[in-house]
Write a protein that binds this ligand. Structure first.
Ligand code: GLU
Length: 467
């Protein structure tokens, strides 16, 4: 989940948006984009893979005027990082654009329905599907954009912080959130939107935090209107920001590592999102469905990784052996690649890497591939080298990790590997139904259990010193 900024007021939006995006750079991201509506009513969208400075170079000399606009830094979850998949995304007519942090779980079925209704999509993102859905509802139900946003959000499953800009309404921004943070700053005749307070704090200390399933209609020169997605009006609760800029960049925590430890209930949930349903007895990583026969036929699994990912591999060894009854060898990628290992064509090789760029792991993959093994990647960065070099795999969806000692990236790896072991066990029939079902329920409760641990008084930042 990366960065969101928005501005509506009397000043030029572009410099405020760009500065805001720079303030959010600490979160890590793979591409950036902005959209502004100029005085003549034209909407200009500029987006680029790479850094905010690449976007700024790209926008040089182009029309960047307008006193309403939105900006985004993306951490890809659906579709590789490239210019087209970058945000903002257009609706079918091009009249609406949207930026979004999060994951729309049921985007595939919505996309299928929209395609049948004549929609065409430019990107591979879940985000583009949602803005198409909003416009589809707006047109077919003859609704205002704000109401169409409410209606669409009732149809989706997932997490979002989003802002919609309507070319035909250059005086309004519509923001909504669920499971991803969103804050609105109230200035003198101007409003600022951001995914955390760092882009806002230099302009105003009066802020409104959106709660889950709330939508804000922000009109030029008017008071913000807040509604739930069920169309219930909510009174505005304006708070004063007490933090200083530096603290806010770390979300109020003293260190990124501490912040990332506290993000784990969310990152674990994101890693399981759409993949686990205990009530229905379903565990399914879409990425490995087509390769499940390879697991079934494998006489052994080799896990290759380095550092933290290697430790996640050690946990996975226990899980695959116990649940799926497949022998597992866990190898340090740098050792594996230099020691002429024995690899059989029916081996399944699981390559784990947070960044998806670990050089030794990549080299080990190439070696295993050359011997005919099946490669399954488990990575956090969409479109990185290891997922591209693998036959199949699953992303961990932990979001960017700044702390050098890994926390949420590690737990997300363990979650994905647990899901994988359970899925293979189910397919192989190596586990009793009752045990399988019990484990799915236990897994589902992990985020709230982590929350409980983090709430305990005994858990405080001194723990981090020992980690
Ligand atoms: N799921 C969206 C995408 O892949 C948003 C990712 C984000 O939170 O930056 O484009």
């Amino acid at each position: 989940m990366c960065g969101i900024v928005g501005y509506i007021g009397n000043r030029e939006a572009y410099p405020i948006l760009m500065k805001g995006l720079q303030r959010l750079e600490y979160r890590g991201y793979d591409s950036a984009g902005v959209a502004m509506i100029n005085a003549a009513g034209a909407m200009n969208v500029y987006k680029k893979k790479g850094k905010v400075s690449d976007l700024s170079d790209f926008a040089k000399g182009q029309d960047i005027t307008g006193n309403i606009g939105i900006g985004h830094t993306r951490w890809a979850t659906h579709g590789e990082p490239n210019d087209v998949n970058s945000h903002p995304h257009y609706s079918q007519s091009g009249d609406l654009v949207m930026i979004h942090n999060g994951i729309i779980e049921n985007y595939a079925s919505i996309k299928e329905g929209l395609t049948k209704r004549g929609h065409t999509f430019k990107s591979q993102t879940d985000t583009e599907v949602l803005i198409h859905l909003i416009e589809d509802i707006k047109k077919s139900e003859n609704m205002k954009t704000g109401h169409a946003v409410l209606a669409a959000l009732n149809q989706i499953i997932g997490a979002y912080a989003l802002v919609v800009l309507d070319k035909n309404d250059p005086d309004t921004l519509i923001a909504a959130k669920k499971g991803s943070p969103m804050v609105i700053g109230i200035g003198e005749d101007e409003f600022f939107i951001a995914s955390d307070a760092s882009p806002i704090v230099e302009y105003t200390k009066n802020v409104v935090y959106l709660n889950d399933e709330q939508v804000a209609i922000i009109r030029r020169g008017q008071e913000i209107k807040l509604r739930t997605i069920k169309d219930k009006e909510i009174p505005l609760y304006v708070q004063e920001l007490e933090m200083e800029l530096e603290a806010i960049e770390k979300g109020g925590y003293e260190h990124f590592m501490l912040k990332e430890i506290y993000e784990q209930p969310r990152s674990v949930k994101d890693s399981m999102r759409g993949r686990l349903n205990a009530e229905k007895g379903i565990v399914q990583l879409g990425g490995i469905v087509d390769h499940i026969a390879k697991f079934k036929n494998a006489k052994r699994i080799i896990i290759i990784a380095c550092g933290t990912s290697w430790h996640a591999g050690l946990v996975a060894e226990y899980l695959f052996e116990e649940y799926a009854r497949i022998p597992v060898e866990v190898e340090y990628a740098s050792e594996f690649r230099y020691r002429n290992p024995i690899i059989y064509p029916d081996d399944v090789v699981i390559a784990i890497s947070q960044s998806g760029e670990t050089a030794d792991t990549l080299a080990a993959i190439e070696l295993a591939k050359s011997k005919g093994a099946t490669i399954i990647g488990v990575c956090n960065v969409v479109g990185s080298s290891i997922p591209r070099a693998s036959h199949a795999g699953s992303y961990t969806h932990a979001g960017p990790e700044i702390g050098v000692a890994s926390t949420k990236a590690f737990t997300a790896q363990v979650v994905v590997l647990t899901l994988m072991a359970l899925q293979v066990a189910k397919e192989k029939g190596t586990m009793a139904e009752s045990k399988f079902s019990q484990l799915l329920y236990e897994l589902e409760s992990v985020p709230s259990k982590i929350e409980d641990v983090l709430k305990q008084k005994r858990f405080n930042k001194t723990h981090c010193r020992y980690l």
